[in-house]
Every structure is written in C-alpha cells, then in structure tokens.
Design a protein around this ligand. Structure first.
Ligand SMILES: NC(=O)c1ccc[n+]([C@@H]2O[C@H](COP(=O)([O-])OP(=O)(O)OC[C@H]3O[C@@H](n4cnc5c(N)ncnc54)[C@H](OP(=O)(O)O)[C@@H]3O)[C@@H](O)[C@H]2O)c1
Length: 324
C-alpha cells in the first residue's frame, strides 16, 4: 500500500510518500481501508517526537479515520468486512490502510460521508467533554474561546452555542472571526490587534467571563484568566502557541476560580460509558443539523504533509482532511 511515512523525527517536509507493507488484523483489531483522515494538531507533534506517544519508526501520522473494514481480527464481534466505520488509531491514518483496535472503532450512521466521519470524534469529543463534564457550562453563562477558529476551538464555539452559552470568540484574524460568527459567536475579539482584557471588560460590562476554553496557552493565558468572573472555570486544553504558561496562585484565590485540566483521551479510557454517552449526544446534534464540521481544505495522500505545514502556519480554519 501507499503511505506517508515518518522515518525520523522532524518537520512535515521530512515525511516521505512511499510503498509499505499492508497491515493484517491481529486479535481484537480490524484493518480499515482509509477513505478520509482528519488532521489534528497532535499530528504535527507526533512527527517531531514532541507528543506523549512515540511510535516505532517508520510510522504514518494521522489519528482519526473514516473508511471501510477490510479485515477483521479474531474475537471482534461488533464489526464485519464492508462496514463503514470511524475510528481513532492514534497514528497510521495517512495511509491506504490502517490496523486499529476494534474497541476504538464504530459503525458510521447511515448517510454520513467519510470526510465528516473523519472529523467528528476528536475535536468535538474534546470540546464537549471540556464544556460539559469539566466546566459544567450552564445555559446563559459567558464562554470565551481562545484560538476559536481552530479545530477544537471552532467545535467549542459551536457546542457552546448549542448548550445555550453566550460565546465570545478570540482569534488572530478578522477572517477567522467571521467564520466564528457563522458558527455561533455573538462577540469577537481579534487578539492580534485588540487588547484582550479591555475588550472582555467592555463586552461583559466589567463582570468577566464564566468559562475560558484555552487550546492555545502562551502569552494570552494570564490576561484571559484575569478576565474571569467570580467562580470562573479556566479550561486548560492545549498549548498550540508552544509555551506552557505559569499562573500566580493568588489569582484563583481572589476569584474563587478553578483551573480545570482537560485530557479527552484519558477521559475516554477511564470513563468509557460517559464518553460513549457524549458521543451519542454529539451524533444527535449532527443528525438534527445543529452541528456541522467546517472543512477548510482537503489534501491528497501524496500531498498530506502540506496539511501539517498549514496547521503549523496557523492557516487552517476548522478542520482539514486527507482524502485517500
Ligand atoms: N487536552 C486534550 O484532550 C486535547 C485534545 C485535542 C487537542 N488538544 C490540543 O489543543 C490544541 C489545538 O488543537 P487543534 O487540533 O484545534 O489545532 P489547530 O486547529 O491548529 O488550532 C490551534 C489554534 O491555535 C492558535 N495558535 C496560536 N499560536 C499558534 C502556533 N504557534 N501554531 C499553531 N497554532 C497557533 C491558532 O489560532 P489563532 O491564529 O487564531 O491564534 C490555531 O487556530 C493543541 O495544542 C492540541 O494538542 C488537546
């Protein structure tokens, strides 16, 4: 089969498009003929050796796929050859075929296309877990989303609206913020040219926001924390800016506020029943037409490395996919 291979840790341009042996399905696993692979920020980290998992070389990046079951391993009961499925292999999706744990693989609902199927689990799963389980976001509360036009950010904007919050989107360009408005943000802040704290004060009449959703980190984290209301919840989702911010401990004290960690992968592993319930709720939002992943661009397998470069260059809005 053909695949994009990481043969040594490095930037996307070090990836190679090559022929490699097809996988076979071992016990408890299935082989999926990949139709579409969703691209996520961690794919840019895994190829650089900066992610919590370091696969054996050579490997293909690509953590979220949709496709057709090609082979079923011993002991797998809920899937058969020919099923249309979505799955979370973690890596291996930038390839014509990938072997995946059957327990991380589910049949796709009728009518769902492969591109959509490869973009619903990761970003929406993370943002829904963050807002629902970790922040316990309530209807009528104010939610500030940083990096709001990114993969998990735009999902948080959309879900915040569905959950009845007033959503303030913050991002680096007016074009990104325009998209956030279409996805439910009622107020926007361009943090590359506006003062974040001043604008939040202005928008909330001095009260501050109830919940901050932060997948970016870096220099805006502390001003965002300082802009929270009494009993605010600050969701630590990721560090796309590269720097892990530090927080003076007096700030949560003064606001009766919480710093709340979000680790969706560990949640799904530790609380599978709750995670499956969340997933069912997300699929119902999709079926009702309230949720629609924004597909910014599609790349061929041969050109898949470019999708990672575009994410690192902050050019992507919503999701990008590699169509195989
Ligand atoms: N905790 C969890 O369970 C979990 C799950 C999924 C993802 N994550 C993390 O969440 C973060 C976002 O993931 P994603 O897939 O949504 O990524 P993404 O689509 O690339 O979005 C990240 C956003 O961060 C902003 N950004 C600021 N500085 C950046 C930089 N130097 N490089 C790239 N982006 C930068 C960009 O928005 P502006 O240009 O508007 O600033 C961009 O839209 C990542 O750190 C990822 O590891 C965590």
């Amino acid at each position: 089969m053909k695949a994009i291979l990481c043969q040594q840790f490095g930037m996307p341009e070090s990836l190679v498009f090559a022929e490699t042996p097809s996988p076979t399905a071992s016990k408890g696993k299935v082989v999926i003929a990949v139709k579409s692979c969703g691209v996520n920020f961690p794919d840019t980290l895994i190829i650089q050796g900066k992610y919590q998992f370091k696969p054996q070389m050579p490997f293909s990046p690509g953590g979220e796929v949709a496709g057709i079951v090609k082979e079923v391993g011993e002991g797998v009961k809920h899937l058969k050859v020919g099923d249309r499925v979505f799955s979370m292999p973690g890596w291996g999706g930038f390839a014509e075929e990938v072997e995946v744990d059957a327990m991380k693989t589910l049949p796709m609902p009728d009518g769902m296309d492969f591109v959509t199927g490869s973009t619903v689990m990761y970003a929406y799963g993370t943002s829904y877990h963050a807002l629902k389980d970790r922040a316990k976001l309530q209807a009528g509360e104010t939610l500030l989303v940083m990096g709001a036009a990114g993969g998990v950010g735009l999902a948080a904007v959309e879900l915040g609206k569905i959950m009845g919050a007033k959503v303030i989107a913050a991002a680096s360009t007016d074009e990104k913020l325009e998209l956030c408005k279409q996805y439910g943000a009622t107020e926007v802040i361009n943090y590359s040219k506006e003062d974040l704290r001043e604008r939040i004060k202005e928008i909330t009449g001095g009260k501050g926001v109830d919940v901050v959703y932060d997948p970016v980190g870096g220099a805006f984290a502390e001003p965002a924390f300082r802009s929270m209301a009494w009993k605010g919840r600050y969701l630590v989702v990721g560090f796309a800016a590269g720097d892990i911010p530090a927080l003076p401990f007096n700030l949560p004290l003064l606001k009766g506020a919480s710093v709340v960690g979000v680790f969706w992968g560990a949640f799904a592993a530790n609380e599978p029943v709750q995670s499956m319930q969340n997933f069912k709720e997300l699929l119902s939002f999709l079926a009702e037409g309230n949720m629609k992943p924004h597909i910014h661009a599609q790349y061929s397998l041969e050109n898949a490395a470019q999708s990672l470069t575009d994410i690192l260059d902050r050019k992507v809005m919503g999701k990008v996919v590699v169509v195989v």
